[in-house]
Write a protein of this length. Structure first.
Length: 318
């Protein structure tokens, strides 16, 4: 394939990713506002999502500094741009942004008997997910609503150093929707292990290395190696994201297929899932440029942590 055609194919590859379905993740989210130094902190949101129904509890402070909490709930609705939105309306989240007072304190039942908390609506809200781990939130009373960015908090994924690619360390199960094939089976998969990485070079490029796991559910590597080439996006519209091309190599270092995806904009870490496209390569392929003629979508799910991928002993779900 000519280089110009390859560039056109890669551009076509990136175009559908924004609208490709993703699943917003439950977890603890930090708020990022223009005045908190871009590091989040101070307040946050705990989010639980079950079958498109969201319940969120914010651990915040009153203007006088008193700790308090607020809640939001309702059904997320898929938008035309692929995002998921929950906003206060008469038919959705009609209770709005709710704060509480009273309730049971911490201590024995003698000193802290149960008391039913008193809910009070203090405003409205709108929360919109643009990726698995990132969202925007607008909340507050009429005339005093604030907008903020939410990112799922990285407690200990390896991304605490600010390098998101480190958080790929672990085992990931990729479900590939290849489409109708000659044998009538529409799906296939990869179980990838990432267990080492290199720091960025002068251009910001880095690699994450690993292998295709054996089928016995262990962290033992098979004969196929994996190399994730990480290329940072340059430009005002990038918002810190990077592009990943994961090449799966056979025992003679020929490329079998390429899994391509972008980092979740503003998410800061790979936690539970990501998605992208897979290109299948012709026999003997030695470069990614030869692997753009056949394309399928994939979803990846973490099935083993970094300890499991590196040492074979850790949290895994084989």
């Amino acid at each position: 394939m000519k280089f110009r055609a390859w560039l056109g194919a890669m551009a076509a590859l990136l175009a559908p990713l924004a609208a490709f379905a993703f699943v917003p993740e439950s977890g603890f989210y930090q708020q990022y506002t223009p005045d908190n130094g871009g590091k989040g902190g101070g307040t946050g949101i705990g989010i639980e999502i079950q079958n498109e129904f969201l319940f969120a509890a914010g651990y915040v402070f009153s203007p006088t500094g008193t700790p308090t909490f607020v809640t939001m709930q309702g059904f997320l609705v898929l938008q035309a741009d692929g995002s998921w939105l929950l906003a206060t309306s008469p038919s959705n989240a009609s209770n709005g942004l709710v704060a509480y007072s009273g309730g049971q304190c911490i201590g024995t039942t003698a000193s802290c008997p149960y008391k039913k908390p008193t809910p009070t609506k203090i405003g409205d809200f709108a929360i919109q997910f643009y990726g698995e781990n990132s969202a925007t939130l607008t909340w507050g009373a009429t005339g005093n609503a604030a907008s903020t960015t939410l990112r799922r908090f990285s407690f200990y994924t390896g991304a605490e150093s600010g390098r998101e690619y480190i958080s790929l360390s672990g085992q990931w199960d990729l479900l590939i929707a290849r489409g109708v094939s000659a044998d009538g089976i529409d799906y296939e998969g990869d179980r990838l292990i990432f267990n080492s990485y290199t720091n960025p070079d002068s251009s910001g490029n880095s690699t994450v290395n690993g292998c295709v796991a054996n089928n016995d559910g262990s962290a033992t590597c098979g004969t196929h190696t994996v190399v994730a080439h990480v290329t940072p996006c340059v430009g005002a519209t990038c918002l810190g994201k990077s592009h990943y091309d994961v090449t799966v190599l056979n025992s003679t270092s020929q490329i079998v297929r390429v899994h391509s995806f972008d980092s979740n904009v503003g998410a800061g870490a790979f936690t539970r899932s990501f998605y992208g496209t897979t290109h299948f390569c012709p026999a003997g392929a030695s470069t990614i440029a030869l692997c753009v003629d056949s394309m399928a979508h994939f979803n990846a799910y973490r099935s083993g942590d970094a300890q499991f991928a590196n040492y074979g002993i850790g949290m895994s779900q084989p």
